[in-house]
Write a protein that binds this ligand. Structure first.
Ligand SMILES: NC(=O)c1ccc[n+]([C@@H]2O[C@H](COP(=O)([O-])OP(=O)(O)OC[C@H]3O[C@@H](n4cnc5c(N)ncnc54)[C@H](O)[C@@H]3O)[C@@H](O)[C@H]2O)c1
Ligand SMILES: [Zn+2]
Length: 470
């Protein structure tokens, strides 16, 4: 919610309007958002007696009974809008479907639409709410780790346009965000790992206490969905502390920079070369794996500049390897480093602004003076180090799957029939068909130009590449 105070002044033929916007939005930690004994959410909807809920086709069957039961208990009518998930459905068509649902429902501008799901659904539905009647309210309940600790911490909403990731969007704060980590119970481990990478990011350069907890509990946290899956009880407490601190650190770092005008961003750690790398393999890497490769290389760079010790570097690599995140990739090569460096400089006002840990984890330094020859020689050191200690450096479940994409990756890459029953050109599978991206050498700008899966949640690659900003 925002409120504007404005003054109007006139001097000869000019009129000046000066306004200041107060921005207020709330986060609520809860362990049981749909427990009928917890009336916080219901209290908000009581005055309306009804709620329009947006969910994706995967999350809906898992949680619909619990949600129905909750609102029935409070005598609040539920109307569902179920949308296809996956990056291929992060489109204007999906957004317009949500707008149509709001119209049929007769949404009043102040009546909050309830959006439940991963970062994808909260982004698209949030954008529908940002545009509906110029602005309308919404409430977010993230259900993925990325949603909980990253997407729902920001006020950015949006969708992909043609091949361009998050090309259309807005800054639109929800009224409330309910943060309930028990959703991780049903989240596939591959998705938990994907989100874990963002916690590694924030801890490495923003919060030493979180870093220490990750080192201690990381493997078990990933394997048990932060303690909510079987055998995980012991790590619920440290997992909760990690997530809460991660969210709060992120809010403290980014809230003064909500519109991203400041370019020295601590949370850009891992997001320099990854926007290009993520899209380069034939089937794209998951965002978490791409940023971990980028972070791992940045750690090698920090080590080679004597910003961190051997022991610190080893601790860092040991953690990410133990949780199954990727540390290197064959296509992460000298050419990609050169192209990606030039690309990212365009979004960073001509500077490198490489974020690296500064002396210890939890502190950040921005490098602006790294010659390409140094980047390339550090890459050679990096590859040798990973190979000697960890083999290929490949992570587990490192590539996007049908859930991430909204279509079977193979069918999608081949431009053939999508196997989700939606027909030939469903999900834009043909229109978005990737070209020149089967791992064969091709300029990174071409290799990276095919698919809106860039997923850089920070400052994406340049305009000729894929021009992303989530
Ligand atoms: N707004 C921002 O600042 C911001 C930040 C980061 C990422 N993002 C965006 O978020 C999107 C990625 O988000 P994501 O990783 O949450 O992906 P997602 O929303 O696609 O969810 C991943 C998969 O998990 C499924 N899922 C969600 N919750 C589940 C649960 N509790 N149990 C079982 N399955 C579940 C989904 O159906 C989907 O198949 C990208 O589009 C990215 O651009 C936005
Ligand atoms: Zn990210």
């Amino acid at each position: 919610m925002s409120d504007l105070t404005a003054t109007v002044s006139k001097e000869s033929n000019n009129i000046k309007v000066e306004g200041y916007e107060a921005l207020k939005y709330h986060f609520h930690y809860t362990s049981s958002v749909f427990d009928v004994n917890d009336n916080k959410l219901a209290e908000i909807y009581k005055r309306w007696g009804r709620v329009l809920i947006v969910m994706d086709t995967i999350v809906h069957p898992i949680y619909k009974d619990a949600v129905n039961k909750y609102f029935q208990h409070y005598n609040i009518e539920v109307v569902w809008k179920i949308v296809n998930g996956g990056e291929l459905h992060k489109t204007m068509d999906t957004m317009l479907e949500i707008v149509d649902a709001m119209d049929s429902f007769g949404t009043v501008r102040t009546e909050p639409t309830l959006v439940i799901g991963g970062g994808l659904v909260t982004d698209v539905a949030g954008y529908a709410c940002a545009s509906y009647r110029r602005t309308s309210n919404f409430i977010r309940i993230p259900t993925t780790l990325i949603g909980l600790i990253d997407a729902s911490v920001s006020i950015k909403v949006g969708l992909n346009h043609r091949k361009l990731k998050n090309r259309l969007g807005a800054y639109h704060a929800p009224l409330h965000t309910f943060l309930d980590f028990s959703f991780l119970k049903t989240l596939p481990v591959g998705q938990v790992r994907n989100g874990f990478a963002e916690l590694v990011k924030i801890a490495s350069v923003g919060d030493k206490a979180v870093w220490d907890l990750l080192v201690k509990h990381g493997k078990q946290l990933v394997e048990t969905g932060f303690g909510y899956k079987e055998g995980g009880k012991d790590v619920i407490a440290p997992g909760t502390e990690i997530c809460h601190r991660g969210i709060e650190t992120m809010l403290e770092l980014e809230s003064p920079n909500l519109h991203e005008l400041g370019l020295d961003r601590v949370i850009a750690f891992g997001h320099t070369w990854s926007p290009t790398l993520e899209l380069t393999p034939r089937i794209p890497l998951r965002h978490g794996h791409a940023i971990t490769i980028d972070m791992a290389y940045s750690i090698t760079l920090a080590h080679s500049r004597k910003l961190i010790s051997d022991a610190q570097r080893d601790e860092w690599f040991t953690l990410v390897s133990s949780v199954g995140l990727s540390m290197d990739h064959d296509l992460f090569d000298e050419e990609l480093i050169a192209n990606a460096t030039e690309a990212i400089k365009k979004t960073r006002d001509g500077k490198q602004r490489f974020a690296v840990p500064d002396g210890e984890f939890g502190k950040c330094l921005f490098l602006n003076d790294v010659p390409i020859e140094e980047l390339q020689s550090v890459l050679r050191v990096h590859k040798e180090f990973v190979k000697a200690r960890f083999g290929s450096g490949d992570g587990k479940e490192a590539y996007v799957d049908a859930g991430d994409l909204g279509a079977e990756p193979e069918a999608y890459v081949n431009g053939g029939k999508a196997t989700n029953g939606h027909g030939d050109d469903c999900c834009g599978a043909n229109s978005l068909k990737r070209k020149n991206i089967n791992g064969a050498p091709a300029p990174a700008t071409i290799k990276a130009g095919g698919l809106p899966i860039d997923a850089t949640s920070l400052q994406g690659a340049n305009a000729t590449l894929i021009g992303s900003a989530a």
